[in-house]
Design a protein around this ligand. Structure first.
Ligand code: NAG
Ligand code: NAG
Length: 611
């Protein structure tokens, strides 16, 4: 395999050309570990740094090739005290553009909490998380082939400082390594490739390495994730998450064979995935998972007092390049997430994606505050783009303020709590009930006025109008349902006529029943179209419209089937077929009718609840 073809990017520059930018820092010892066991690449570096120069240092520079820096999702730095103890204080890391540095490099500066004086030594840990850094190669595989990926980096730590001693370990998911760049002091031990130690390397030393290895971890990438967190002071935080997910691994070629898939259900080397695990907060309730078709009942929920886990099972296994869209939703107890802080309300809730091991390209978090909230702001432990929106729902007058936070390149490290502060007057809480009461009062007054004088009703309140519109929708919906119910009653009569026929053998009266039914169906159809027309013209009916359409279509199908069955039975009687023959002729109809009746009943039940 021509591995050189995938080496897209090589660095060639002479380290001698670049003198350290007046830096007095020297890295005495450096250990770097690259973890390639999942789709996100995690690089941890432990640096022992000495200030060998005369001036004090307040920051440490980190350098990355720019093509790599583009994939950085998170960069963190900590002081390390003693052998392995990591202090919890995260240091500030920011993007900088120092002068006189080589091109095509991106620099970050770790701001030290205390200046490093001449001769002092400092231990620093740096964690860098990269997304989209493992490239499938080959780019297409068949369903039963294993997925191979390529990773590129440098055997030397790219540094603006001289490094006295350094070593690198590359941890792979398994021992199955296709190839790796062999180099002085390099070896593969089990599933880890070791490079080094290397001594006394000048600044910006770089030597490319390429590792080509087997990776069967699911490359679940949410190209878009919209999380909506809606606070209701009546006791609930409602979270709704809309996912557009793709398997970002090697594309599936030659299509999907369920037979192959099912005959090797445990083929561990397959990189497809069947389910995803979402870790929801404890006490999550009313959890649902649905896709474009509807609720997916194959998901399961398990949990105890400390956690809730939702196993999400898409309708088909996910292969490389395949996409799926779905929504999960859950309610959370308000008191677990909303607190008081110096006269303000404080929401403290997790920011990132609750599904394990998912990379999110574009994450939008919308925090919907109760109507009447003021002076809101957020505190997020990483940089986000922010703006404000307004959301209207049923009884809102001014709408609910929405704080929108957007972040790209989100990894599990971002699953951290963030805070939203806002002010809220408790009286606002009574606004909606008061509005309802006054709405009805208005209606009452309007009614009285209307009865006495022909005067138009005051229509100043938006919510009052929307309430009226919703009433209209309900009335039209009731009308539709009543027509459907009358259709179903006619179905009953047709069935009864068939039962009479089998008892009396009176074909004529059975045909008469059919004729009567036909004309009633015709009348009902006219009425139904009228009711549907008025329902469809209301914008508020948009949400329920698909269900109504489905119900109408199913009833139509049911009606047609029933008529087919009816004709078929009457025909058999005229031809004097035996009972057994008749049963055989209508068996398929019968089965379909039972299924359709169930579907119609379910839909009626759902829509009935809205009336
Ligand atoms: C889907 O599930 C949710 C939660 O269990 C439920 O409230 C909703 O009515 C269901 N919808 C349908 C169409 O079954
Ligand atoms: C937010 O919640 C986390 C735990 O979920 C807690 O560690 C943190 O201290 C809280 N922050 C504030 C400001 O209350």
């Amino acid at each position: 395999m021509a591995i050189s073809r995938v080496v897209l990017f090589l660095f060639f520059w002479n380290a001698i050309l670049w003198t350290p930018a007046r830096s007095d820092l020297v890295i005495l010892k450096l250990d770097r570990k690259i973890d390639l066991t999942s789709q996100t690449v995690r690089v941890t570096s432990s640096l022992k740094i000495e200030n060998a120069g005369p001036s004090t240092a307040s920051k440490v520079l980190l350098a990355f090739p720019s093509h790599q820096a583009r994939n950085i999702a998170e960069l963190r730095s900590f002081y390390r005290e003693g052998k392995s103890k990591v202090s919890s204080d995260q240091l500030r890391v920011e993007l900088v553009e120092p002068q006189g540095m080589p091109p095509d490099l991106t620099f970050y500066a770790v701001q030290l909490q205390k200046d490093l004086r001449r001769g002092e030594i400092l231990n620093l840990d740096v964690l860098a998380v990269f997304t989209h850094s493992l490239k499938p190669f080959p780019e297409q595989i068949s369903q039963t082939e294993v997925q191979l990926v390529v990773f590129q980096d440098s055997a030397y730590y790219l540094s603006p400082y001289v490094v006295k001693v350094q070593s690198l370990g590359v941890k792979l998911p398994s021992k199955n390594v296709e190839s790796f760049t062999k180099f002085e002091n390099s070896k593969l031990i089990d599933s880890e490739i070791k490079y080094g130690p290397y001594e006394n390397l000048p600044v910006f030393s770089y030597t490319p390495i390429v590792v080509h290895f087997e990776s069967s971890s699911p490359f679940a990438v949410a190209q878009e994730l919209l999380r909506e967190i809606e606070i209701s002071h009546w006791g609930n935080v409602q979270v709704t998450e809309h996912y557009k997910l793709v398997h970002g691994g090697a594309h599936n070629k030659g299509g999907f064979s369920r037979f192959d898939y099912q005959s090797r259900p445990f083929a561990s080397e397959s990189s497809s995935f069947r389910h995803l695990l979402a870790r929801l907060p404890p006490r999550a309730h009313s959890v649902y998972y649905r896709d474009e078709i509807g609720n997916v009942s194959t998901s399961h929920l398990r949990g105890d007092s400390r956690k809730t886990e939702l196993v999400i099972e898409p309708r088909y296994p996910m292969f490389g390049g395949w996409k799926t869209s779905f929504t999960i939703g859950y309610g959370l107890p308000l008191k677990d997430f909303l607190f008081q802080s110096e006269g303000r309300r404080l929401l403290n809730i997790s920011f990132g994606c609750p599904i394990e091991d998912v990379v999110v390209d574009d994450l939008i978090v919308k925090v919907v505050l109760p109507e009447g909230s003021k002076d809101f702001y957020s505190s997020v432990p990483f940089s986000t783009k922010q703006w404000e929106e307004i959301k209207y729902s049923h009884l809102d007058i001014a709408g609910r303020p929405v704080l929108v936070l957007k972040k790209t390149n989100v990894v599990p490290e971002h699953n951290e709590p963030f805070l939203v502060y806002y002010r809220f007057n408790n009286l606002s809480l009574l606004r909606e009930p008061l509005m309802l009461v006054s709405g009805f009062f208005l209606l009452f007054v309007a009614y009285i006025v209307f009865m006495h004088v022909d005067m138009s009703i005051s229509k100043s309140s938006a919510s009052y109008i929307s309430k009226l519109q919703w009433d209209e929708v309900q009335t039209s919906l009731q009308h539709v349902l009543s027509v459907i119910n009358r259709c179903l009653a006619v179905h009953g009569k047709l069935e009864a006529s068939l039962r009479d026929l089998s008892r009396t053998g009176d074909v004529r009266s059975c045909k008469a029943a059919r004729k009567a039914a036909d004309s009633v169906f015709k009348e009902l159809l006219k009425e139904l179209n009228l009711a549907l027309g008025s329902l469809q013209s209301s914008p508020q009916a948009a949400q329920i419209w698909p269900k109504v359409e489905e119900l109408v279509a199913k009833e139509r199908e049911l009606q047609e089937r029933l008529i087919l069955k009816h004709s078929s039975v009457v025909d058999s009687y005229e031809k004097k077929h035996s009972g057994r023959e008749i049963e055989n002729r209508i068996a398929a109809h019968e089965q379909k009718l039972v299924a359709l009746r169930h579907e119609v009943d379910d839909l009626i039940e759902i829509l009935d609840e809205l009336c």
